[in-house]
Design a protein around this ligand. Structure first.
Ligand SMILES: [Zn+2]
Length: 282
């Protein structure tokens, strides 16, 4: 017996749902009723296949126990069966198409006066991220207005960030491998971001984030702020240099700013015209 209840919206407030007022006699019928269960179980007495009879009668008894435990209403039962049925049967769904008329719940308050720009939700994520000695020294250098890199003595590649290893040669890189990185570079790629509003978001207009390939190094710094540049003027090949906050500016920086680096400013030098620049993201 399968029925579809398209209008199932009964709110669930913990246990005791069967005692809530309902709109029809069908909904009020108690599925945990012992007589009803025995009647259903007995309906399988004449099942010719003994194995099928055993399975179905056991199923009825277990369902009876389940219905008793959660005080299941008939409406809830049909909703669950409908869900399971549709889960197993939908094999030919191609697409959803818009209906001709909107379906508005009776308790809908109508359009809001002001457009919704922000929605609150509760979420919590706990990260545990060990800070390596290399990362601590890089941060200290950042506080002094410097970029610290690690130059591998084997392959000569230079890295910034990471855990202090050359992934090519599998060797640890320490203080003896540290080098100061150039403070000029070339934009290899960029994106214009339309800010989503959330608590703490300070941006309200679309802004650019650029990837900067530092001069004479294998280092591309990703998603960097670009200063004093209209979004239409951002381009691959643009030459930029780092701008650091003064002590006075440091106090005014947002608490979520990453260190003392304010961002990158165009130098005015001619653009670099290298068609492979766009491929350098990392
Ligand atoms: Zn190496």
């Amino acid at each position: 017996m399968i029925r579809v209840l398209d209008t199932f919206r009964a709110p669930r407030h913990g246990r005791g749902v069967t005692e809530q007022p309902s709109t029809s006699a069908v909904e009020r019928r108690n599925l945990a009723d012992a007589d009803l269960t025995q009647a259903v179980e007995a309906s399988f007495e004449n099942t010719p296949d003994p194995r099928l009879r055993e399975v179905m009668q056991s199923l009825v008894r277990h369902l009876h126990a389940f219905a008793s435990e959660v005080e299941l209403t008939e409406e809830e039962w049909f909703a669950a069966i409908d869900f399971l049925t549709r889960t197993g049967h939908i094999t030919d769904l191609e697409a959803f198409v818009p209906g001709e008329e909107p379906v508005v719940p009776a308790d809908d308050g109508g359009p809001v006066e002001e457009p919704v720009t922000m929605m609150d939700y509760n979420a919590s994520i706990t990260y545990t991220l060990p800070v390596t000695p290399n990362a601590q020294r890089a941060e200290q250098a950042n506080e002094q207005g410097r970029f610290l890199g690690l130059k591998c003595p084997e392959c000569g590649r230079t890295y910034t960030g990471g855990r202090g290893y050359c992934p090519v040669d599998s060797i640890a890189l320490g203080p003896g491998d540290e080098v100061d990185l150039p403070q000029r570079g070339t934009i290899t790629n960029y994106t214009i971001i339309t800010p989503v509003q959330y608590p703490g978001q300070t941006e309200t207009e679309p802004f650019a984030r650029v990837h900067v390939w530092l001069d004479d190094a294998d280092v591309v710094l990703g998603y960097q702020p670009l200063l004093d540049t209209a979004n239409d003027d951002v381009r691959i090949g643009m030459r930029v240099s780092a701008v650091w906050a003064s002590d006075a500016e440091l106090k005014d920086l947002a608490s979520n700013a990453e260190g003392r680096l304010l961002g990158w400013m165009p130098t005015g030098e001619p653009d670099v015209t290298d068609p492979d620049l766009v491929d350098r993201i990392l």
